[in-house]
Design a protein. Structure first.
Lengths: 343, 445
């Protein structure tokens, strides 16, 4: 029982990341009809927003400490961040410690700009082209973006820790009456799950309760009619692309303490996120979220030792197996609508 | 009167065929005027540096390339000479190799066996490389080593830690300076027993490929011999990035030590996840929970950040060693590039010098003569103390470093501290235990 609860918890944070990326993918597909293979790269760029901000915050000047020596026997050059000079050491250290949450503020405008630039600069020329062309161009774009990031940040993962207040793990087992240490869960992953829930809720509320959202939903249902009503639907869709980019970017920012970001982290998530979208049903936002969590939890169960011992290799194929079963029984995915990608 | 069949057209045709035959690279011909593949005939000799320039190990590859460039500079008489000054063999004199200026070409292994073979093949066939060296993966090392054996050139392996490289997959043309999984296990186990006791329950997470298996086997064998019990060993996919679902059940298993048989990005992520789960703050079976990383690399320690603090592992070499060879190399490298070299850079630099020295002593670039000069060669002054290139399996035997993540690093390079230098006798094994056959040396041509 405790093992099952543990794996459900585990699946939640992985599912949160899948759900956030798949949500953005579905938004773009639903509004613009574009299959965006560069979406994983947006997740990665978001993560590197956190890296960039923590680098900006730790910009330093050199103070020579003559009591110590460096590896060549010269006096040690100690890097002192400018924020220490500006805010004092204690406040400066706290600001650096909270770099990841602060990056949210930094990433939102950056990701909106990246998204809008991507849509206006490249993707809009591919609206009327076949999906295969869109996949090729966005996949190419993803490779270009990750190579740019690698050029500036190198190939190694860059540690980007969570604030020290969130290190360690929470003992769920103790609350639920199990032995201590049987069900533990890192604090930051709880934060990630809560953050994902807030973002998902905000996106749905935005689409459901604002006029802008209503127009976008109308455009998703019938773009031509909305255009005939004199509404500039293209401009709204561009903004939606920016919004989807920001959602992916924020998912990336908050993910950095879970796994040190590197240039190909986007690709690691991309394929799985597409499976999530397909399983959830192309164009269905609730489907994307539901499938994200479902597959995240199933993946966690499949990596249990007892399960691997029973069916070796299941941990590597579970998501695809589930995708096959769901597509065979429900060809449009869990919550897919009729007519999407079926013309 | 004799009649000749010599016609103008016939002469041209046979001339063209003969010309094409002579022009063919020697690698394609069974016999030719050259005694061996890519025999250098001019005033220069070309070495092929096959390192990961793209892909996940690109940073490690870049450091290897820096080391090779430094070695070439030193071989050609430039710079301060580095470890050439401390190397016990004095055959090298800064005038290139056998009086020929050293040139080099580079290839990108991408840490993929097929790409690495293709780039090595191209350097041998198109650029005339007489020796191939480098790499940051055992899969690549084994693949390129086999290619060099077929092509008739020497392969001086870069960073490869699997027992197989000089075990079941060893080749007469291949040589490894780096240590291996067995040595890691033999060096680590006594330190682990001393610090964590002999009554421990270990849980292994193992990368699901060749190197992972040999490392798990080595660590299990040596820790179980010390009295530890292995509670479970779980294989994790090489492509895994989030290890939470593998780490969460560790505490439930009753284990009090987690051994991460992971390297590269796998190690960075699994260690980070394990620390996030707060494993190291837990007390299990009345003991503090501990984590062990059998193969440490400074570049990876950097990726894992503060998570490495206090965690034991082993390494081939570290820049903070205080022998003359290390000091000379760190000074040379640090002055040129501004930071200390990694263990990958060290092994590659040493391999380039060892090859050049063997050629110089053999008086020939012929791979068979070079192999003979390297086999059973004993040397010192290269940063690892007295070292033997064992003739039976072409594996270097030297002291192994047991290291620990430093609690209070003074810089981004100062991440590991040396806990013990395990003497070579403790990590030496019988050459036959891993099987495989060296075969005979192939000079190609």
């Amino acid at each position: 029982m405790d093992a099952i609860i543990l794996q459900i918890l585990n699946g939640l944070d992985k599912g949160s990341a899948y759900a956030l990326i798949a949500l953005g993918l579905t938004l773009i597909f639903g509004t613009l009809g574009v299959v965006n293979f560069a979406h994983g790269a947006l997740f990665m760029i978001g993560a590197f927003c956190a890296v960039t901000l923590s680098r900006i915050l730790t910009l330093s000047h050199v103070v020579v400490d003559s009591t110590k020596t460096d590896f060549l026997g010269r006096p040690l050059e100690v890097q002192v961040p400018y924020v220490y000079d500006i805010f004092g050491e204690a406040t400066g250290a706290a600001i650096i410690d909270w770099a990841v949450p602060l990056s949210i503020l930094f990433a939102i405008p950056v990701m909106l700009m990246v998204g809008v630039a991507m849509e206006r600069g490249l993707i809009k020329y591919f609206y009327k082209r076949p999906h295969a062309d869109q996949i090729l161009v966005t996949f190419g774009l993803a490779i270009v973006l990750q190579e740019i990031i690698k050029y500036f940040y190198g190939a190694n993962p860059i540690p980007t820790p969570a604030p020290s207040a969130f290190t360690g793990s929470f003992d769920f087992g103790a609350i639920l009456g199990f032995d201590p240490n049987t069900i533990i869960y890192p604090y930051w992953r709880l934060v990630y799950f809560a953050f994902a829930a807030v973002i998902i809720g905000a996106v749905f509320a935005f689409l459901q309760f604002t006029t802008f959202g209503m127009v976008v939903r109308a455009g998703m249902a019938d773009r031509e009619t909305v255009g005939l009503l004199g509404i500039n639907i293209d401009r709204r869709f561009t903004i939606m692309f920016g919004l989807a980019a920001a959602v992916a970017g924020l998912a990336g920012v908050m993910y950095t303490p879970i796994n040190s970001p590197n240039y190909h982290m986007g690709m690691d998530f991309l394929v799985l996120s597409f499976v999530v979208v397909v399983v959830g049903g192309m164009g269905s936002l609730p489907g994307a979220v539901l499938a994200g969590f479902l597959l995240g939890i199933l993946e966690s169960f499949a990596s249990m030792r007892e399960v691997i011992d029973l069916i070796p290799g299941i941990n590597q194929v579970i998501i695809y197996l589930v995708a096959i079963v769901i597509l065979l029984t429900r060809p449009r995915g869990l919550l897919g609508r009729k007519g999407v990608m079926e013309d | 009167m004799s009649k000749t069949n010599l016609t103008r057209r016939g002469l041209l045709r046979s001339g063209a065929v003969a010309g094409a035959g002579v022009a063919l690279p020697t690698i394609f011909t069974g016999s030719s005027v050259a005694a061996f593949t890519n025999e250098p005939t001019g005033s220069t000799v070309t070495l092929g540096f096959n390192v990961p320039q793209t892909g996940p190990y690109a940073d490690e590859g870049a450091d290897e390339l820096r080391a090779y460039e430094l070695a070439v500079e030193h071989l050609n008489g430039g710079g301060d000479g580095g470890m050439m000054n401390t190397f016990s063999s004095k055959a090298l004199n800064g005038s290139g190799i056998l009086g020929k200026k050293v040139q080099y070409v580079t290839g990108d292994t991408q840490t993929k066996s097929d790409a690495a073979r293709a780039s090595a093949k191209s350097m041998i066939e198109k650029d005339g490389a007489v020796m191939i060296t480098g790499g940051s993966s055992s899969g690549v090392a084994v693949a390129v080593q086999a290619l060099c054996q077929e092509a008739g050139v020497i392969f001086m392996a870069g960073l490869t830690h699997s027992n197989d490289t000089t075990g079941k997959d060893k080749r007469a043309n291949g040589f490894r300076h780096f240590f291996n999984s067995y040595m890691s296990g033999a060096a680590l186990a006594p330190i682990l027993a001393k610090n964590y006791g002999t009554d421990r329950k270990a849980y292994h997470l193992t990368a699901d490929y060749n190197w992972g298996y040999t490392t798990e086997e080595a660590i299990r064998n040596s820790t179980e011999a010390m009295g530890w019990e292995t509670v479970a060993a779980v294989k994790t996919p090489l492509t895994q990035t989030d290890f939470s679902s593998y780490i969460a059940p560790v505490l439930q298993s009753g284990a009090d030590v987690l051994v991460l048989n992971h390297y590269g990005g796998n190690m960075v992520n699994s260690l980070t996840n394990a620390v996030q789960f707060g494993l190291r703050e837990k007390v299990v079976n009345g003991k503090n929970f501990e984590i062990v990383v059998p193969l440490y690399s400074r570049l990876m320690a950097k990726g894992a950040g503060a998570n490495v603090k206090g965690i034991y592992g082993s390494t081939n070499w570290h820049w903070s060693l205080q022998d003359e060879g290390t000091k000379a190399f760190v000074k040379s490298f640090g002055t040129k590039y501004g930071f200390p070299p990694s263990q990958a850079a060290h092994t590659c630099y040493a391999q380039a010098l060892l090859y050049a020295d063997a050629v110089q002593r053999a008086g020939s670039f012929n791979p068979c003569a070079v192999a003979e000069a390297l086999e059973g060669f004993e040397f010192d002054g290269m940063g690892n103390g007295k070292t033997l290139y064992r003739a039976e399996d072409h594996q270097c035997f030297k002291d192994v470093l047991v290291v620990r993540g430093k609690e209070n690093p003074t810089s981004e390079f100062d991440l590991l501290e040396i806990v013990e230098i395990t003497p070579v006798e403790q990590v030496t094994y019988d050459a036959s235990i891993f099987g495989g056959q060296l075969g005979t040396c192939n000079p190609g041509a």
